[in-house]
Design a protein around this ligand. Sequence first.
Ligand SMILES: Cc1cc2nc3c(=O)[nH]c(=O)nc-3n(C[C@H](O)[C@H](O)[C@H](O)COP(=O)(O)O)c2cc1C
Length: 213
Amino acid sequence: MSTQTLSVAEAIRTRRTVRHYRPEPLDPALLDELLDLAVQAPSAWNMQDRSIVVVTSDEGRKALSEAAFGQPQPLEAPAVLVFVADPAAWAAANADIAEQASASGAWNAEFRAMFDSRAEYHALRERGLLRENAVKNAMIAATYVMLAATGLGLASAPMNGWDAELVKHAIGIDADADLAIAVMVTVGHGVAVPPHPGRRPRELTVFAERYLN
Ligand SMILES: Cc1cc2nc3c(=O)[nH]c(=O)nc-3n(C[C@H](O)[C@H](O)[C@H](O)COP(=O)(O)O)c2cc1C
């Protein structure tokens, strides 16, 4: 399916956080395409240690709006994508990842041996960085979703303002599960495209060679 109407650069430049949506549902084919593009996002060691819970039911979106301190986006948008990061994925059953990459020739034996040793993950665990690592991967997938949505003519909004325990409850995750909610992204048909809020001059945020240079 090729429904992208914009170049990547155009999608980056025109994407806005849209907080109000028309009530019409999402075309299932568009949602399917969006999710297909989302899982193309890269992740460290191709671990894919993030999942997306797609919430479209009235009840589920209401619970997510309440979890987000009453923000309207989840109630108005026909779909809310909750990005769940799994800091323990590296230690779970995932031999299929190495098998697939080896079979395609993407990984040679040396790379596969490094993957199989999980050396980097043991080091991350020692430094208490497993959660951060998984959340990074989830955020990249969320970024893919926002840009892909723009390219598909859909509006989106990233959301970090919520109570994690309430979000977990709404999507069926135990409160004490070793999972992190990374971000929610609402998707739908926007009422209007809001103005670009602007960005600070590049001199303040982009440096050559050395920080603050
Ligand atoms: C990680 C993240 C979390 C955000 N959380 C919220 C949120 O909870 N509620 C909200 O209204 N906007 C939220 N925003 C949207 C930002 O306010 C918005 O991206 C920013 O003002 C720039 O506007 P633009 O996205 O249209 O370029 C969030 C953005 C990001 C990247």
